[in-house]
Design a protein around this ligand. Structure first.
Ligand SMILES: N[C@@H](CCC(=O)N[C@@H](CS)C(=O)NCC(=O)O)C(=O)O
Length: 213
């Protein structure tokens, strides 16, 4: 059986669970030994990254590396298009999520605690996120080839990050509006049964955490 090191609230662990659900894989989830960010966990996973996958003796950290591995090991249903160009565009979307959009959201995490709020950073981050959402909207609206008739590796992270954005917006008073193309993309994602399933579990946990921070 596959094992993943994960914590329930981790955005990238939820991203991975969407793939595991879609592939109908059986997995068990373990918390990082020693806790999140611990040196004990780093003796097992040198980068300290969550999630990490254990498949027998093989250890892989990083949601994207894990996703590519599992998609090759369990090719059905496929999560990368058959066509070369569409595969490249799918990866482009995935990298944009992991390296551009989500890191801007993550910069807000230290300010969720009411005692640590910093209005000026929250406002500048709102602007940075709005900018990334507009770039995403431009990518979605461009006439470049896109794969939107299947759930892909490129979609999983967005489903979770959009949920974070929607839920964090009232908590921090973020001045962010999703552009129309992003709203449509988000709606398309949430119509997908496995995304719906993951968010059904994830959203209440996130809501509870956001209230108690
Ligand atoms: N690019 C990484 C990002 C994962 C990430 O940021 N994970 C957070 C938890 S959501 C984490 O591991 N933080 C602890 C650390 O990096 O030491 C991935 O896709 O797995």
């Amino acid at each position: 059986m596959l094992t993943i090191y994960a914590i329930p609230l981790s955005l990238y662990c939820a991203k991975l669970r969407i793939l595991l659900r879609y592939k109908q894989l059986v997995w068990r989830e373990l918390p990082p030994p020693g806790g999140y960010g611990s040196s004990e966990y780093e003796t097992i996973v040198p980068s300290g990254n969550l999630p990490a996958l254990l498949d027998g003796d093989l250890l892989i950290a990083d949601s994207e590396a894990i996703a590519e591995y599992l998609n090759e090991k369990y090719p059905h249903p496929p999560m990368l298009p058959a066509e070369l160009v569409l595969r490249a565009k799918t990866r482009e979307m995935s990298r944009f999520h992991d390296t551009r959009l989500e890191p801007e959201l993550r910069k807000l995490f230290p300010f969720i605690d009411e005692a640590k709020r910093n209005e000026s950073i929250i406002n500048s981050q709102s602007l940075a996120i709005q900018n990334k959402l507009q770039q995403l909207a431009n990518m979605l609206s461009s006439d470049q080839p896109r794969c939107d008739d299947m759930l892909t590796l490129g979609d999983c992270g967005y489903a979770v990050t959009f949920t974070w954005l929607d839920m964090l917006k009232p908590v921090l008073g973020l001045d962010i509006e999703k552009p129309e193309a992003v709203i449509e993309y988000h709606q398309r994602l949430t119509r997908h049964p496995v995304i719906f399933e993951e968010l059904e579990t994830y959203q209440p946990l996130l809501a509870a955490w956001l209230k108690t921070e």
